[in-house]
Design a protein around this ligand. Sequence first.
Ligand code: 5GP
Length: 177
Amino acid sequence: MKQVTIEDKTFGIYLSEQEIQHAVQRIANEINVSYADKKLVFISVLNGAFMFTADLLKKVHVPCELSFIKLSSYSGTHSTGNVKELVGLNEDLQGKDVIVLEDIIDTGLTMKSILDQLNTKQPASIRIATLLFKPDSLKVPINADYICFSIPEKFVVGYGLDLNGFGRNLPDIYQLI
Ligand code: 5GP
């Protein structure tokens, strides 16, 4: 089995580059149909969603804009604990159709925080596209509209996802073994 070692941890191949591209094409097709007569704003969550975003957008054929956001644990000089502030979004979203692009939804807390903050900007609609979804880990209800893969509660790396900053460059997805 194809394996990689990152930070002394061994991972085995879980989803191949080909399987990933196939799934990304599938959700791009769904988006192309759903938004055929519309314009879209994609909001990609850094760092993990960078590779998924690049591949997906090459397959989307409706007029679209792209913004990148990050979540920061700090607001000003005071730590806000678990409340993560969204940084990097300067666009006016009022009346626009938005799709948020995430690498993985685990507990769903990150996505809930993103949605709460995006909703204050009064977009016409918000949908979620995620590369990976761990349904058994979910702690808050999140309705992901476009899902490439639903996976079990095991730690994964590659294709944008990291372990302590490493592994994001891998074209396949690996699972801890
Ligand atoms: P949530 O708020 O949904 O629990 O977590 C979302 C974030 O947790 C993701 O954006 C990602 O950074 C991290 N995460 C959750 N599960 C995994 C995993 O299996 N592998 C990696 N590399 N990161 C994960």
